[in-house]
Design a protein around this ligand. Structure first.
Ligand code: ADP
Length: 360
């Protein structure tokens, strides 16, 4: 592949996710394989604003494919959002002959990628977040690991719930998205799953659980997505739910919040594979002269989406579109966006309904 690129940079930014290291390794190795040098940029965009970067050889990314966290470190760099910080970042790219950047992270990271792209530094984003809340991709790096970690924890809780005829209410990270709580709940046989995307009838579910108890069921798991308390306006919703549950059912109930435990740990095979595929594709696109794109997966295929489009799609899915957001898109594009959002929502609801069928 003929390319004008001599050197690219790679960074991880925003919330960390297992598999970020595998993506950094994939980017580095794919670029080196094509004769392009790589600079590892530390602490996300901060490493560009306050230069903290070094040249990577293939050996600099040895033994990280299996490691959790991010060896490039991460940071939420507010300075980078201001024009002055942005200009410092661009200067760092120029001073270090960096012709393009691969930015691994979430929505905020992609906004930064667009800002660099429009200022002449071609940038490609790779989605990595355990929350799986990046609408333009069906899977983001870290999600599979987080679900598997939640499953392992809940399986353990369930063992002891069965021995003592108890319930465990587990609050599961995922920001406002219910994907981690939903999939972990299905895989562990949860008796109830509470997520923002689907209305929850607490009284009905509690009555069903009372009936299940009468039929001899001893262990109960309730998964609540992290974002539910904020949306319901009750910061202690999950703890309070556990108390109400105990009062109404007479089942001893414990509350558990694994929190950031779900963000750590070695990535699963699926996350390592996804990170490698997305890293390799991102380098291919960048060296091919593309910019301002985010890679992802749709229908089991590796795809790429213009970042502006991806961010609007995200807002459409989350119901947060602002006036004028869709102005630059054709009717056909808007219709495609709607179909995609409806399908994603329908897929989630179908999973939720299936979980409900299995619950008691
Ligand atoms: P995530 O990428 O996980 O969504 P953040 O929203 O914290 O995490 O974004 C990560 C970083 O991306 C921020 O610390 C900041 O440096 C950069 N960033 C976020 N939003 C913007 C923006 N609107 N413009 C430019 N850079 C941004």
């Amino acid at each position: 592949m003929a390319t004008k690129f001599r050197r690219i940079g790679v960074l991880t930014s925003g919330g960390d996710a297992p598999g970020m290291n595998a993506a950094v390794r994939a980017v580095t190795r794919a670029a080196l394989d094509k004769g392009v040098e790589v600079m590892g940029i530390y602490e996300g965009y901060k490493g560009l604003v306050h230069p903290n970067l070094r040249k990577f050889t293939a050996r600099d990314v040895s033994n990280i494919v299996s490691r959790g966290g991010t060896t490039l470190l991460s940071d939420r760099c507010l300075e980078f959002k201001e024009e002055e910080g942005m200009q410092k970042a661009i200067k760092t790219c120029k001073d270090n002959q960096i012709d393009g950047i691969i930015a691994i992270g979430g929505d905020g990271t992609f906004r930064g990628a667009t800002d660099l792209s429009v200022r002449g530094i071609p940038t490609i984003g790779i989605p990595a977040t355990i929350d799986n809340d990046i609408t333009s991709t069906e899977y983001s790096i870290g999600f599979d690991t987080a679900v598997n970690t939640a499953v392992e924890l809940i399986d353990k809780l369930r063992d002891t719930c069965e021995s003592h005829a108890r319930c465990n209410v587990v609050e599961i990270m995922g920001r406002n998205a219910g994907w981690v709580a939903l999939e972990a709940g299905i895989a562990t046989g949860a008796s109830a799953i509470v997520i923002n995307e689907v209305a929850f009838d607490e009284e009905k579910v509690i009555n069903e659980i009372i009936e299940a108890k009468k039929s001899g069921k001893r262990n109960f798991i309730v998964c609540i997505a992290e974002g539910v308390p904020a949306v319901l306006g009750d910061k202690l919703y999950s703890e309070n739910f556990a108390k109400r549950f105990e009062e109404k059912t007479g089942i001893e109930t414990k509350f558990v919040r694994p929190a950031h435990i779900l963000r750590g740990g070695n990535p699963t095979m699926r996350d390592r594979l996804l990170a490698t595929q997305l890293g390799s594709e991102a380098v291919k696109l960048l060296l091919d002269g593309q910019s301002d794109l985010v890679v992802g997966v749709r229908d089991d295929k590796i795809v790429s989406t213009e970042i502006g489009y991806a961010l609007k799609l995200d807002r459409m899915y989350k119901g947060t579109l602002k006036d004028g957001d869709l102005d630059k898109y054709t009717n056909v594009q808007v219709a495609e966006m709607k179909i995609y959002c409806e399908k994603r929502n329908a897929d989630l609801r179908a999973l939720y309904e299936m979980a409900y069928e299995m619950a008691h």
